[in-house]
Design a protein around this ligand. Structure first.
Ligand code: ARG
Length: 463
């Protein structure tokens, strides 16, 4: 028995209805309806261009514009009836348009294909999401700057190998996070240049025989230019991979930031307080206050890196040009955008409310002989070769370890046993304040340098 499926746009070719499960299996409407507004924007530009080149009459163009406006409203109000039979967002909207306006709706698809349509939609969608991500990044950076300024004089231990290394200021430490996020922003903006190129007009893969005006559609949609090659335009998703790679780096940075916040909030470090609003309790241990926000963000970084790997694998085996494999690009992309926006938002909300426990930070910096390098530098300034100075300081540290004293607590007479070059002024540099104040070159940890770095950074943020 022959069943002709009259619901499908491609029905005439088929003698048999699509298998019921295959219909569900191949449909993407459940998730790609998220790009409905972008799909409508693309269709509006396409219709205007078709009218300009004489394919549509002005009445048809106006009917399409009105019909699409009605559909946009139905979607926004949650009244639009999405149908699996119409497979994806593109066919759902086109079918509804034809319901609403008749024959003009059927003409809209002239000179285009879902292949260039979907590639256009994703680019429009990503362009919008990047703006939101960028503004959350800016909010977070602003919070970091304010805190860094406030904590420019706060001394804490700087670590290497998670062992106390040298004293730094908390403001300086925070500004390291600012720098990472600045590069993240640059990467997103750079990737946006390649996203903002228009595939529409490539049609299925080979372009179209209609005299389309791709400059017009590109301009209407705010793309910087039409793409150069039709085969490339419908097939490659490198721009989406780039976005996910930039997103993975953002999440990697947030994950490292999270790790520090979790450590610092622990009773063992006790460097910061994370306000209650960003923590939760335990269902069994009444005393617990868990740093959930940073822990979750650290966890979420894994899924974005996973999406990057998914997209790379999705792409790597595909011959030119479009393949249905590409339908699988949407969910990882949407989840990447959501995860970035939500994680950045949680951080941007939380960071301004972090409190530094200054005494604990200071006391921790006093442990672990954090000014040992300063003593070596002091001896070098007095004429000793750095390697010899390193040796002398090693002896002083050993005495400190054995007698459980910091370098600043060892007497001058004792220090002079190791080198007669040491005089009373040594205590200026053995103090934590002296150590950080001395590092006043560009990129250094001195409080005044940090204040300058904050001021310069503020200017970049306002641009
Ligand atoms: N839903 C498809 C996607 O996401 C749209 C393009 C389908 N094109 C086609 N010829 N099957 O990629």
């Amino acid at each position: 028995m022959t069943t002709v499926n009259t619901d499908k746009l491609s029905s005439a070719r088929f003698a048999q209805a699509t298998d019921a499960f295959v219909e569900i299996f191949t449909a993407s409407v459940d998730f790609d309806q998220r790009m409905a507004i972008e799909d409508i924007e693309g269709s509006l530009a396409h219709a205007k261009m078709l009218c300009k080149i004489g394919i549509l009459t002005e009445t048809e163009r106006e009917d399409i514009i009105k019909g699409l406006a009605t559909i946009a409203k139905e979607i926004e109000q949650g009244e639009f009836k999405w149908s699996i039979q119409q497979e994806d967002v593109h066919m759902n909207i086109e079918a509804r348009l034809t319901d609403l306006i008749g024959i003009a709706g059927k003409k809209l698809h002239t000179g285009r294909s879902r292949n260039d349509q979907v590639a256009t939609d994703i680019r429009l969608y990503l362009r919008k999401e990047i703006k939101v991500i960028d503004s959350q990044l800016t909010r977070l950076q602003l919070g970091i700057l304010n805190l860094a300024e406030q904590e420019a004089d706060t001394i804490m231990p700087g670590f290497t190998h998670l062992q106390v290394a040298q004293p730094v200021t908390f403001g300086h430490h925070l500004m390291a996070w600012f720098e990472m996020l600045s590069r993240d922003k640059e990467r997103l903006q750079d990737c946006c240049k390649r996203i903002n190129v228009m595939p529409l007009g490539a049609a299925a893969l080979a372009g179209t025989s209609y005299p389309i005006d791709r400059h017009m559609t590109a301009e209407l949609l705010g793309f910087s230019r039409p793409s150069n090659n039709s085969l490339d335009s419908v097939s490659d998703r490198d721009f989406a991979i780039e976005f996910t790679a930039a997103g993975s780096l953002i999440m990697m940075h947030l994950s490292r930031f999270s790790e520090e916040l979790v450590l610092w909030a622990s009773a063992q470090f006790d460097f910061i307080d994370i306000p209650d609003a960003f923590c939760t309790g335990s269902s069994i241990m009444p005393q617990k206050k868990n740093p959930d926000v940073p822990e979750l963000v650290r966890g979420k970084s894994g899924r974005v890196t996973g999406h990057l790997v998914s997209l790379l694998m999705l792409m790597k085996g595909q011959p030119l040009a479009y393949n249905k494999d590409n339908q699988e690009d949407k969910e990882p992309l949407f989840d990447t955008a959501d995860t970035l926006i939500n994680s950045l938002r949680a951080f941007a909300d939380m960071v301004p409310h972090l409190t530094a426990k200054k005494d604990n930070m200071y006391n921790a910096a006093k442990q672990g002989f954090a000014t040992a390098t300063d003593l070596a530098d002091y001896l070098v300034r007095k004429g000793m070769a750095f390697r010899d100075a390193h040796e002398v300081v090693g002896l002083a540290v050993r005495l400190g370890v054995e007698s459980k004293r910091d370098l600043s607590e060892i007497t001058l007479a004792e220090l002079q046993q190791f080198s007669t070059a040491i005089t009373e002024d040594v205590y200026d540099i053995l103090k934590l304040e002296g150590s950080v104040a001395a590092r006043k070159h560009i990129g250094g940890t001195a409080p005044d340098t940090v204040r300058k770095a904050v001021a310069t950074a503020r200017l970049t943020l306002n641009n």
